[in-house]
Structure formats: C-alpha cells, structure tokens
Design a protein around this ligand. Structure first.
Ligand SMILES: Cc1cc2nc3c(=O)[nH]c(=O)nc-3n(C[C@H](O)[C@H](O)[C@H](O)COP(=O)(O)OP(=O)(O)OC[C@H]3O[C@@H](n4cnc5c(N)ncnc54)[C@H](O)[C@@H]3O)c2cc1C
Length: 448
C-alpha cells in the first residue's frame, strides 16, 4: 500500500464510526460498477452486517449511498462521500408458507435466494436476465424479466424495512401502508437503507426453454399478441439487421397447463439445434439450458447462469419501457434507425412486463414492452445515439430504465411520472436533509 492510499484509509477510518471496519481496498484499484464503465467518485466503502451497524453508520454520516451488487450502468448509486454495502448481510429472515412470503436481508442476491426457495418447495414469479443481482438493489430500480402476465421484480415486494436518515427503522407492508408502500418500493435508494425485503412466493415449478432463430419482422408486425402469449416468458433478440429477430427465447412452465408445442417452426422462425447465446458469436456455456430440457424455474427464467459472466461483460446498456399498445410502432421506429444503431450494438432485446401500482415503476398502471440495447462499450458513440432513439420513442411516452444509460431530460421525466411530486414528498419525509441523495437523484428526481 502506498502512502497516499494509507493516508486516505486512515483519514476515512477516523471520520467513520468505530463500530464499522473499513473494507480494505486493493492498492491503486478504483471502485467501479460491474461493467467497469463507471468509476465511482469515492473508494470509501464500509460494510455492515447487522441492523445496529447500519443504524450507527447512518446516524454518523452526513451523506452516503448504499451499494448493492453494482450492476447499474449509470451513476444512480454513486457517492462522493461514503458507500455502505450490505453485501455480506445476506441471510434468510423468514419463509412463511401460510402467507406465501419470504423475507431476506438486503445483501441477498436472487442467485442465493432462488435455490434455497426451490429446496423448500417455493418459487418467485420471475427473474431478470441474470441472477447475480441483489434483491434490494434490483427492486429499488424496478428491474424486470419478461412475460405479459408477470410484473417486474419490485411487484413481488410485499414488505420492506428501511433505515431512514435519522437511523430509525421504518417497517412498511403492502397490506397496511397503502400509498406510502407504493411509493417506497421503487425507491431509487432515496429513502434510506433497505435492510430487509419481503417477497411473494408460490409453489415451485419446472420449466422448459426453447430458442428459435430468424423470426421475420413481418410476422412480428402481424402476430405480436400471439407471439407474446405463446409462453410464460418471451424474449426477442435482434441486431436490427435483415428485417428479422435473430433469436426468440420461449420459457414455458411445465405445470401450468401451458404445454408449449415446440414445433420445428414458430411464426416463420426455426427451432435451434443447439444452445445459443443471445449474442450469436459468444459461447452458450454461460447461458441457461435450452432445447426443451426440463429444469427448475430459477435455472430457466434468467438467460445467464449463476457462476458465469452474464451478457458480454465489457458493454453498456440502455432500455426503454413503451406502453404495450404502441409496441409494434415503437419497434418499427427503432428499426428505421438500424444504420445508426447496429454498428455500435452487441444485441437488442424485446420483453413484456405487466402493469403495477408502484409510483416510480416504469410500468406504473401500464403494461409495457421494453426495448433494450446492449452496446459496445463506447460511450462517446452511444451518447450520440441515445437522444435520437429517445426522440423517435417520445411519441410513445417511453420511460428509460432507472439503472441503465439514458439522456432523457429531467423535465421530460417529470411529465412521464405522474407520482413524482408525491415521491419527492415521501423522500423528504424520510430524508429531510438529503443524506441519501447524489447527483443522479438531485438532477433527475429532485430537480436541483
Ligand atoms: C449484465 C446485466 C444484466 C442485466 N439484466 C437486467 C434485466 O434483465 N432486467 C433489468 O431490469 N435490469 C437488468 N440489469 C440492470 C440491473 O439489474 C439493475 O440496474 C439493478 O438495479 C442492479 O441491482 P444492484 O444491486 O446491482 O444495484 P446497484 O447498482 O448496486 O444499486 C442500484 C440502486 O439501488 C440502491 N440500492 C442498492 N441496495 C440498496 C439497499 N439495500 N437499500 C437502499 N438502496 C439500495 C443504490 O443506492 C442505487 O440507487 C442488468 C445489469 C447487468 C449488468
């Protein structure tokens, strides 16, 4: 450790509460997000593993941000002062078979929770493309999977415990706290430290996954509803070239009377003869099992397997939620931009998400189709393309994913979220001095 790092560690340690050890940093390495495109503004990271540690830390700081598993691509999680991580506080709090709920500490990831739930006979309704992400961080940003009957992951939250700016523990439930609860679930880290999350569960189930190649755009235009209704979860991948979707991933439940008839053809696409990665050039080794092999829900709902690098790794991501009724028009609008988009793209994905009641969810009171872009890691190029996409999608009132890269203006965001004023009031109530705010929140939410 060089002198500079030592002095930094020492001074940070002196400024922090004695209760918490400062996590040792590897000399000269900088704290970054998962994709490595964002270097956070401070390296001062503390770890808490109990409620008392969280409360003590929060009481002693003027400003801090909680870090989850660092999978956001923008600076929503960034801090200039301190980070608090609850990564190692990741146990099961309670599994209640009667109420059909599970409560977990905030550091738990879906990858840790899912096999545990399955072994006890339970399942979650859905998962994102990867299981590596924390439950609390994912629900704070309205992370989603696919399926027209499936709400996003936040929609499964039925209870929350949050340490607010004063260090007090706020307990909220869907049953008792009405509006406050609806406002707090997709909290963007602005209300405090989520220390425990309670999720709805259901009896465990098995699934099969099939992939089809080359679905013509015309079939999508003419049969969008039938395609989306064909399985529990449907994902369409495209590079926006050749007027087709490169791959269609269908995830069918084995037990739900949805016996998917896996013919050799699906709306003009052909069934794949081996496992595929959404980015065709990459090895499918990282991907969940396909070819109709039966497996538990948590090994089929995500595209990527726990223990392997999801997606491409060195990449950027953006995503827009469009009200479902505009799905075909919005996709055709992006298709017209293919000459601009394709050279910088690794792959795009189209998914559907059911409506929910959560104030800052992009699916608030509207079922959505999501148009996602995995980009090459070239922000100067991508930052010029996003405003063009956003302009094309503006007539459809597209809402950007809170955890991915966007250039939508704060003024536009205000028009897209009717409950934003109420959310600001709620946040001010639990955090009057802005302890949990950062530049992202000040700019996009609080309008500073
Ligand atoms: C490869 C890859 C694939 C992805 N696939 C999907 C996908 O399929 N669907 C999708 O919707 N998104 C997807 N994402 C985006 C990602 O899942 C979300 O951005 C999610 O928020 C990540 O959770 P996290 O714990 O890593 O959050 P972080 O980036 O660590 O934090 C996100 C926000 O949550 C807050 N936060 C975290 N923990 C707490 C806590 N305990 N209390 C209070 N606030 C907290 C942070 O302060 C910050 O504001 C993907 C990302 C990657 C890198």
């Amino acid at each position: 450790m060089n002198k500079r790092d030592f002095i930094k560690l020492l001074s940070a340690g002196l400024a922090g509460p004695a209760l918490l050890p400062l996590v040792p940093r590897v000399p000269e390495s900088k704290l970054k997000n998962w994709a490595g495109n964002l270097e956070y503004s401070t390296d001062c990271l503390y770890e808490a593993q109990s409620l008392e540690e969280v409360q003590s830390f929060v009481r002693n700081q003027v400003r801090l941000k909680v870090l989850g598993t660092r999978h956001c691509f923008n600076d929503i999680a960034d801090s200039k002062q301190y980070f608090l991580s609850v990564k190692s506080w990741n146990g099961l709090v309670d599994l209640n078979p009667q109420a059909r709920t599970v409560s977990v500490h905030a550091g738990m990831t879906y990858g840790q929770l899912s096999p545990l739930l399955h072994s006890k006979g339970f399942a979650l309704h859905n998962l994102a493309s990867l299981p590596h992400i924390s439950v609390a961080g994912s629900c704070s940003t309205a992370t989603h999977g696919s399926g027209q009957q499936n709400g996003n992951l936040s929609a499964a939250v039925s209870g929350l415990e949050i340490v607010t700016a004063s260090g007090e523990l706020l307990r909220l439930s869907r049953e008792k706290d009405g509006d406050t609860f609806s406002g707090a679930v997709v909290g963007l880290g602005a209300l405090g430290v989520v220390t425990s999350v309670t999720l709805d569960v259901q009896p465990t189930f098995l699934m099969r996954q099939y992939v089809y190649e080359n679905l013509p755009l015309d079939q999508f235009k003419n049969h969008f509803d039938a395609i989306e209704a064909s399985a529990y979860s449907v994902s369409l991948f495209t590079d926006w070239q050749k007027d087709r979707f490169n791959e269609v991933w269908l995830k069918a439940r084995v037990d739900a009377g949805q016996a998917f008839d896996a013919g050799s053809e699906f709306f003009g696409a052909h069934r794949a003869t081996k496992n595929l990665h959404p980015i065709a050039e990459l090895s499918a080794e990282n991907c969940t099992e396909q070819m109709g092999v039966i497996g538990p829900w948590y090994e089929r709902l995500p595209h990527f397997r726990m223990g392997f690098t999801p997606s491409a790794g060195k990449e950027l991501q953006s995503e827009y939620f469009v009200p479902r009724e505009h799905a075909v028009d919005a996709v055709l609008a992006v298709q017209r931009l293919h000459d601009l988009v394709s050279p910088h793209l690794l792959i795009s994905e189209l998914r559907t998400v059911a409506a929910d009641n959560l104030w800052l969810s992009p699916c608030y009171k509207q079922p959505c189709v999501t148009i996602h872009f995995t980009w090459q890691q070239d922000w100067p190029a991508v930052s010029k393309i996003l405003p063009v996409i956003e302009k094309e999608l503006a007539p459809y009132k597209a809402r950007p994913h809170w955890g991915k890269l966007f250039t939508t203006s704060p003024a536009t965001l205000r028009t897209l979220y009717e409950k934003l004023p109420e959310f600001i009031e709620l946040a001010k109530h639990s955090d009057p001095q802005g302890k949990f705010r950062n530049e992202f929140l000040d700019t996009n939410i609080f309008g500073a």
